[in-house]
Write a protein that binds this ligand. Sequence first.
Ligand code: AMP
Length: 543
Amino acid sequence: MADWDTECDEEPRRKPLSALPEWEPGRWGSSAGERPSSSAWRGGEQRQSPPRENWRSRADRSGGRGGGGGVACEFRRSREQGSVPLCFRLDNSFIGTVIGRGGSKIRELEDSSGSKIQIIKGEYESDVKIFGTDDTQKRAKCLIDDLIKRYGERPERDSKLYGLSYSNSAQVDNSANGPRKPIINWASLRENKEKYEAMKWAGLPPIEKMFYKESKVVASRSEEEVAQWRKESNNIICNDLKEGEKRAIPNPTVVFEEAFQCFPEIMDTIRKVGFLKPTPIQSQAWPIILQGLDLIGIAQTGTGKTLAYLLPGFVHLDSQPIPRVHRGGPGMLVLAPTRELALQVEAECSKYTYKGFKSICIYGGGDRKGQINVVTKGVDIIIATPGRLNDLQMNNIINLKSITYLVLDEADRMLDMGFEPQIMKILIDVRPDRQTVMTSATWPDGVRRLSKSYLKDPMMVYVGTLDLAAVNTVQQKIIILPEEEKRAYTRHFIDCLKPQDKIIIFVGKKLIIPWSYLGCWRRYLPHEEKWWTLLWKHPYLPQ
Ligand code: AMP
């Protein structure tokens, strides 16, 4: 573990805290095998480096862990561990990036690579030492290179590795002309796009998607019966978004058996939970998804949309030609906008446990190390927020190539929250012939674009959209005000309310209402009194 938790967010200091002896390999240790050669270490560096300081030793002085810091001590420690460190230098401007807030990034790098990383800070550059086996050292070096690349130009001015046979010339041969930028031949890439795509996905097992057998009862329903049922079931509207000739929309399955007659264990699960009949979205989505078609479900939370995609997902996972243990990774991925929703989906997943499928919820702010441990042990279903999943993907902790069933849950909210770049990066690694289900409460341009990019010839099921129209017994008034009059108008409006009136105020940002504004409404908020009073006393509020 990194020991510099208290140090990492600091700006590089102009002067070291104490005059530690300059790193000179010849002075420490005696075994030629363990010691870097002096010339290799110095490399072609012209500038005389000022004294370097070990970050751990700084942590030690400030009461950090590690004990007995200092360069010599650290080097001794490495000898005790029997590993020759992989060493290189890094511009100080990148050290904060490598260490991360509170040491979080360097811990993450250590966890991901299985190595131990030490940074000894000099005035302009720092020495980075990676301890561990050849493999873990290489892995850590790649992760650091990746990280630096992502943050801009590579800063290694003199990346001569020493004391190790490993050398990646492409990364190390960084001449005095400054950082080398790879030249990308876009024309060639475009020309050979299909070839590269085919190479990327070559060798993957085939996918099975069709698991639906329409029952006689379902098939025998007339068009009028189906139309009537859809009308009575929250006004369900279905559409085939395939261009060209339209396909027939499957008839709904109005009882559970009609959808899952061939899957007795799914039926057992449903009976155990005690549901009486499918919700409208389930009735209409199951025959579509079980046929292996992509689906867009326009439905809100509370409509049963989670089970609408989970149960066919279980069938899909269980019915693939390659057994679960040989697939080399998870088979189902659910992307959700927030940690709350991801946890909710995970709870649903666990509630309907099927054939021992293991699921994990991966979200930002959660215990990253714990999540990595579970993932690396093997899971069947990943439910994740895009940011954290993308982080694990970029660090090669998760293999997404095995995903054959993908769900983009609440796509509109994911876009609102700015997750599109992460979704794009995640989906680069998910095989294109997967089955995809997308849910969204709304159908704005962004969601349409997303569905065009990531779904293939989907069918669409809208639930309850027409319910959004106001009934004609409600009088609606639209009042357009200048910005500066809004507050006064709101106050006047609240003052005019009668005690039995109810009000909902939708706002763009947190609304702060001073206690004095509430007038007679104060008596209806006894338990909130402190909060309202506190806001009222805030100096920035009008009194
Ligand atoms: P969701 O819309 O997925 O957030 O689901 C809302 C709630 O409805 C969840 O607690 C589900 O367990 C529950 N639910 C899902 N399907 C059914 C059903 N067919 N009958 C009754 N409740 C259901």
